[in-house]
Ligand binder design. Structure first.
Ligand code: 5GP
Length: 125
């Protein structure tokens, strides 16, 4: 079910549990600001989720409340993961579902990184 992006952070969400090491993940990259791991239900040959370490519900929450170091660290981590996986050529897609209409299901900000095949038009109508 899609989540309300304006709700307070719930530290029992699945990605909070992954960050605390309470449930396993297939880690691709980790630093002080971000964790990247393979999506459990991949929608492309490469489907990695990159999440900030701080408790941010969604892109709106993060962009409004995170400090400059967190924002820079997270954005750099997303780019580094794609670079390290060799995805810059021929390319990849980033997606951050936000709120109900964005169909966000996990209430901890995550950027989807899709790659490994031509990804087609941006949205299917
Ligand atoms: P959203 O719809 O919120 O943008 O995407 C949530 C994503 O999290 C989905 O692609 C889903 O497959 C993934 N996901 C949900 N639970 C888990 C989990 O326990 N582990 C991993 N690795 N991915 C998960």
């Amino acid at each position: 079910m899609a989540v309300d992006a304006t709700k307070a952070y719930d530290d029992q969400n699945i990605f909070a549990k992954i960050l605390r090491g309470e449930i396993p993940n297939r880690t691709v990259y980790e630093d002080d600001f971000a964790l990247a791991f393979h999506d459990i239900n991949p929608q492309a040959p490469t489907h990695v989720l990159v999440i900030p370490k701080g408790p941010y519900v969604c892109w709106d929450d993060f962009s409004a409340k995170a400090d400059a170091a967190e924002i820079a660290g997270f954005v750099r981590a997303v780019g580094k993961v794609a670079r390290d996986l060799g995805l810059v050529v021929p390319g990849y897609r980033l997606l951050a579902n936000t709120g109900i209409n964005g169909h966000q299901e996990v209430p901890h900000l995550h950027v989807h990184l899709f790659a490994g095949q031509p990804l087609g038009p941006m949205l299917v109508r």
